[in-house]
Design a binder for this molecule. Structure first.
Ligand SMILES: Nc1ncnc2c1ncn2[C@@H]1O[C@H](COP(=O)(O)OP(=O)(O)O)[C@@H](O)[C@H]1O
Ligand SMILES: [Mg+2]
Length: 583
């Protein structure tokens, strides 16, 4: 039985028939470290072999003198050569022990309460640790070691400074007769990731999943908009790749049939999405405000009645109606907001609000809060890109509430202060400095990964993103969604399901009038819709207006009830609108 580490001088038997052991050095030992004592059976075997060789040689010298002399010279020569090589290797190991093992032992001895002089019994660093990517360092620990976080941090740091292994992986094997820590090198993520690399993952995953890139060993890094990460933050300094990450999220979402709303104060960050039929692109503070208010700002009259409900409210009401009827929630397209440069944009929106005579909180920022608070249940997600994530830039009131709604963060080597805010209590991994190397941070942990870059050339990258966005399910945005390009298509035909997209006369890209109102529902044999649906389809400006028309025209409900809303004949509605020249 080998002696327990840290118990030197040894009390356990110094000799065993069956196991190698360690014993205190004798006055004649070269080293002050414990002597390795070979197991009894090995000694017996070696002695037997030596006696046999001596016997055979003696007998040979007596009977075949010449042959034996030559044979012995040959064997001795070979043995001398082998000893020379062994000597050289011994020197190498001695150096290795002096420069790596001993310092590592000194650095961990305090934490583990094990003697440095005993290191041979409890610390093994393979001599090829530097060149062999699969090398492992083994540190035996005392039986009372519990791998407490602080101890582990100290030991890991000691391993890093002694071996140069950055952020090594550690496997604590404590549920064992020989409790030990096994360190191995952290293999880095791939150096570059292209769209071709992640395309199979995109196709294999659910439509709600976005693939960000690959971690070590080509482990995909992805998040699910429908479950744990409806809203994502990106905290990366200028030039670090924010826009590329947003572009990737946007293009993948469009591919899966979402509508993307881009808020881009810099006007030209996302030219790949310019004039796409499934994108709403708001640029100036005024436009950004308008887009966000369409999404999440209900307008009231003086009596507190809603005169124009926001998209969020419309969706919530549709969920309520569906639940009451016990029907599934209507399958609307997901809306993914790409909010660029949140730090600068929040400031610009506040300035705009103030300079246009606004008091209090800017409605655009309140609408953004609202999206974070209730968006996840109704298919509305937001990606916020920050130069540096902060409470002030995230929420309308500067509180941390808005940040709490961000469930996953992409960061690139943030400073300590920022890590405190976004790190979710995890230890910050070492900075890599490599282009496109990010950390994906959730409550579950931190993963280092290489983000996808569609192409080095910006124009080519944009072309690829555009192609991806148009090659899947192309959603059509609600008729009243602002800043959607509704003119003739600028995308080459045949690139996707372009039939869905309208191709009528040209209009300015920023013309907000809903064009030909259309009803998605009520087209079945019953041909009846609720007034709310007619409003959502853009046939009436508000539910109040629709009710008034229904009353004036004397339409009789053809179905529904007081609670979920009556339905009216589509024919009646269209007949009326035709007289108004609206259809
Ligand atoms: N995943 C990536 N891998 C390698 N290089 C990248 C990656 N993402 C971005 N880059 C490079 O960094 C440059 C700046 O990226 P960009 O997204 O414009 O940064 P930001 O929006 O943060 O200022 C890009 O032009 C690109 O060359
Ligand atoms: Mg940018």
């Amino acid at each position: 039985m080998s002696n327990a580490p840290g118990r030197f001088p040894v009390k356990a038997p110094e000799w065993s028939m069956w196991f190698d052991t360690y014993a205190p050095p004798t006055p004649w030992s070269l080293s002050r470290q414990p002597r390795r004592v070979r197991a009894g059976w090995k000694k017996v075997l070696a002695t037997g072999a030596a006696v046999a060789v001596a016997g055979v040689t003696g007998w040979g010298l007596l009977t075949h003198l010449l042959a034996t002399e030559r044979g012995t010279a040959l064997v001795l020569g070979a043995a001398a050569g082998i000893q020379l090589i062994r000597g050289f290797l011994w020197w190498e190991r001695f150096e290795h022990d002096r420069t790596v093992v001993r310092p590592l032992a000194s650095r961990t001895a305090g934490v583990l309460d094990q003697a440095v002089g005993d290191r041979r019994t409890w610390l093994k660093v393979p001599w090829d640790y530097r060149i062999n990517p699969d090398a492992t360092i083994r540190i035996d620990v005392p039986a009372d070691f519990t791998a407490a976080e602080r101890d582990m941090e100290d030991i890991t740091r000691a391993v890093t400074v002694s071996t140069g292994w950055v952020a090594p992986q550690v496997e604590p094997l404590l549920k064992s007769r020989k409790p030990r820590l096994v360190y191995s090198q952290n293999k880095p993520p791939p150096l570059a990731v292209s769209l071709a690399d992640i395309k199979p993952r995109i196709e294999a995953a659910k439509p709600s999943v976005v693939v960000l890139g690959y971690a070590a060993g080509f482990e995909p890094v992805e998040f699910d908009l429908d479950s744990e990460t409806p809203h994502v933050g990106i905290s990366i300094k200028t030039g670090g790749g924010k826009t590329e990450v947003l572009k990737n999220v946007g293009a993948q979402s469009l591919y899966h049939g979402a509508i993307v709303m881009i808020l881009d104060y810099k006007l030209t960050s996302h030219m790949w999405a310019d004039m796409l039929p499934n994108v709403s692109y708001a640029r100036t503070p005024q436009e950004i405000q308008r887009a966000l208010m369409w999404l999440a700002w209900d307008e009231y009259d003086d009596d507190g009645n809603i005169i124009r409900s926001s998209e969020l409210t419309r969706r919530k009401q549709a969920v309520l109606a569906a639940k009451r009827e016990g029907k599934p929630v209507p399958p609307w397209p997901r809306i993914v907001i790409l909010a660029e440069e949140r730090n600068a944009t929040s400031r610009a929106i506040r300035r705009y609000h103030k300079r246009t005579g606004g008091k209090g909180t800017a409605p655009a920022l309140e609408a953004m809060d609202e999206t974070g608070e209730t968006g996840r249940f109704i298919g509305v997600n937001a990606m916020h890109a920050f130069q540096r994530m902060s409470a002030k830039a995230s929420g309308s009131d500067g509180s941390r509430d808005a940040i709490e709604n961000i469930c996953g963060t992409v960061a690139k080597d943030p400073d300590e202060q920022t890590w405190k805010l976004i790190g979710r209590g995890h230890t910050q991994p070492p900075k890599s400095g490599h282009k496109g190397r990010y950390q994906w941070i959730t409550d579950a942990g931190v993963t280092d990964f290489q983000g996808v870059l569609y192409h080095k050339d910006v124009d080519e990258s944009d072309r690829i993103a555009r192609e991806l966005a148009m090659s899947g399910t192309v959603a059509s945005p609600p008729a009243d969604m602002p800043f959607v390009y509704r003119g003739p298509l600028l995308v080459p035909a045949g690139m996707g399901q372009l039939g869905v997209v309208r191709q009528e006369g040209s209009e300015q890209a920023f013309d907000l009038r809903p064009e030909t109102p259309s009803l998605a529902t009520g087209e079945g044999p019953a041909r009846a819709v609720k007034l709310a649906e007619a409003v959502a389809g853009g046939l009436f400006v508000s539910i109040a207006a629709a009710r008034k028309v229904a009353q004036r025209q004397g339409w009789e409900p053809v179905g529904g009830d007081r609670y979920t809303g009556f339905t009216y004949s589509v024919q009646d509605i269209y007949a009326y609108l035709r007289t108004k020249g609206n259809r």
